[in-house]
Write a protein that binds this ligand. Sequence first.
Ligand code: 5RP
Length: 226
Amino acid sequence: MSDLEALKKEAALKAVALVRSGDRVGLGTGSTAKYAIEELGRKLAAGELTGIVGVSTSEASEQLARQVGVPTEPLDPRPLDIAIDGADEIAPNLDLVKGLGGALVREKVTEVQARRLIIIADHTKLVGQLGEKAPLPIEILKFGFLSTIDRLRAFLPGGQLRQPAAQPYVTDNGNYIYDARLPETFDPAELERRIKGTLGVVDTGLFLGMAERAFVAAPDGVQELT
Ligand code: 5RP
């Protein structure tokens, strides 16, 4: 395991330590959340946790949960006790950019239902301001996507349709993603309102005021941010 992977796992274990028997747990998506799901499976198998049930934020997390023995159920209609997920950028006030893994909409719809959202990451995800390192993923309808991108480019120029291969990337919801470049200065809440008010947009990877705490692992230890 590389040093960075070891850090991600360290952060994940700290978050899973907050899960209690009987909890309904939001299962995040991505290479860091994977360690949390595996640890939940390990704890269930070892009898260190009992009666937890997961709610997956992606098809990939659902599959992993099954593989490691974490029972799952659909999101509706009850709230979650806790959700654990990674992030692409973490600002000092715990506002986040998420969605490079493509699961932003299911993550947001799930995690807004959680009493506690715990973010896990390695230190490379810390930024002074959102947009410093990562693009902002925006999920858009496939129908009319070129027009939607035109509307977004009018105030967020320089972004691009996510297209890793010959075809555009398709989310678990059957939509496309526009990876926007954030301006140097902006008001996150105002920008979120503006993007979500754009016809054809499903949701954005801005997670504002949602995270309760973050465990951020660095070579000199795990920092807990609140
Ligand atoms: C997926 C996400 C992930 O949480 C985010 O991309 C971080 O992933 P990783 O832990 O692999 O860096 O938002 O939609």
